[in-house]
Design a protein around this ligand. Structure first.
Ligand code: ATP
Ligand code: MG
Length: 423
């Protein structure tokens, strides 16, 4: 037997329905805020990620799926979405369009990581990017869009944590101070962090090894070492969020796993998954597009880990999506199948989920099939019903049945399901 690649997942029904509805909600909310979807390749030139995500990051140094194509070009399966958006922005001249440019994306990302709950080698992200605005108000909008989306899914226990990374110029000063403070304990850092010490010291701050955490906990927070402008920016973001009653927690030591962020950075934490398995990460990246050779176009965005989001969906949402009533359409004999399928279409147009029996089952076996599927109602269609344009409606929960005219069946079924006509 051939098995799936380690770290990939088969998402089966009915769970796949949750994915579909989450994505539809994301489109509804983000489109409402003015974000249109950009659909990008899943493979890009390797150099794109090396130059944007950063050479010293975990993603680039050990997590990328990089391979040579048949002509020897180095390609990489995208590990994240922002780099591709920036590339496409420059390549397609999106800076010529009305600014700011609001873009959303969703789809698979690839990282060679150690597998565990919420950590896969192929996973999906849903993200938005606001390009061409550098104001704190732009950050507020992006965080409001995030908050509105999570609210629409019924989340009540997620926490947005916010920090100020300062500008790249502040960072040099900060990193120097950090190294000074950690110097006496340098030998106690994990192997990865000793490597980071020279390659990318900021990354030491998001190491998950307990001893590194402990050592880092006593250092000066990055938010304390930022310029006045950067401070004013993130303070204004926090104020804007509070005016909209969006609760955020300040996390002065939060850094993110990608090099391009500056000033505003944030994450969404769920109590169920804990601080090491965050639901969403994002921030401002005003130098990214110019670093890639484009104009100086500022940007801010986030990426939600859809796998993790779905893992912790509230019961109310799961109930709404998964407990949709099913109507079984049961033809008696092959001659009745065409009418049964026509009836199915009528029910679908009426907003119902109404699969027809097409395996040639007897009425008894058909009712068994309906019960197994958890159908609430069965519609039975034999030669006499067809001749009279009627259908037998059987309430499988009550065990009652009644014959109704075919053109009133949608209404009848809706009544039985207790959903009313107007819904
Ligand atoms: P982590 O610290 O958990 O490794 P990250 O900082 O590497 O996350 P980002 O690059 O910011 O993550 O990606 C944004 C979101 O994508 C994360 O918050 C997470 O929800 C999701 N994500 C990242 N890597 C994975 C993965 N391997 N499997 C599932 N989801 C992931
Ligand atoms: Mg990671």
């Amino acid at each position: 037997m051939i098995r799936k690649v380690k770290g990939t997942r088969d998402i089966l029904p009915p769970e796949s329905r949750l994915w579909g509805v989450v994505e539809a909600e994301a489109r509804r909310i983000f489109e409402g805020f003015g974000y249109d979807e950009i659909r990008l390749p899943v493979m890009e030139p390797t150099e794109l990620f090396v130059r944007t995500v950063g050479e010293g990051t975990d993603i680039v140094s050990k997590e990328m799926y990089t391979f040579a194509d048949r002509k020897g070009r180095s390609l990489t399966l995208r590990p994240e979405g922002t780099a591709g958006v920036a590339r496409a922005f420059i390549e397609n001249g999106l800076g010529q369009r009305p600014q700011p440019m609001r873009l959303s994306y969703m789809g698979p990302m690839f990282r060679y990581e150690k597998m565990q709950r919420g950590r896969y080698r192929q996973f999906s992200q849903i993200g938005i990017e606001l390009l061409g605005a550098s104001t704190p108000q732009a950050d507020v909008e992006v965080l409001l869009a995030l908050h509105t989306f999570l609210n629409a899914l019924g989340f009540e226990d997620l926490v947005i944590v916010l920090n100020n990374l300062g500008d790249p110029e502040d960072r040099e000063r900060f990193v120097e101070g950090l190294k000074n403070e950690l110097l006496p304990d340098q030998e106690r850092l994990c192997g990865d962090c000793r490597r980071r010490w020279t390659e990318n010291p900021l990354r030491i701050l998001d190491c998950k090894v307990p001893i590194c955490r402990e050592l880092v906990a006593h250092t000066t927070p990055v938010a304390d070492v930022v310029s006045d402008e950067a401070k004013a920016h993130v303070d204004a973001v926090a104020e804007g969020l509070s005016a909209l009653e969006i609760p955020v927690r300040l996390a002065p030591r939060l850094v993110r796993g990608l090099d391009y962020y500056l000033r505003t950075v944030f994450e969404v934490i769920s109590p169920a998954l804990g601080e090491d398995t965050v639901i969403c990460g994002g921030g401002r990246y005003d130098r990214l597009i110019s670093d890639l050779g484009g104009k100086a176009v500022p940007g801010i965005g986030f990426a939600i880990g859809e796998d993790r989001l779905i893992d912790v969906l509230p019961d109310s949402f799961k109930h709404r999506v998964l407990d949709v009533p099913v109507v079984a359409v049961l033809p008696l004999g092959h001659e009745a199948t065409a009418s049964a399928l026509a009836l199915t279409v009528q029910l679908i147009e009426g907003g119902l989920r109404a699969p027809a029996e097409v395996s040639g089952r007897s009425l008894k076996a058909g009712l068994k099939w309906a019960n197994k599927m958890g159908a609430a109602v069965a519609l039975i269609l034999g030669p006499s019903e067809i001749a009279e344009q009627m259908v037998l409606v059987r309430d499988l929960r009550e065990g009652t049945q009644e014959t109704v005219a075919q053109d009133t069946v949608v209404e009848k079924v809706r009544d039985l399901l207790g959903r009313g006509k107007t819904e």
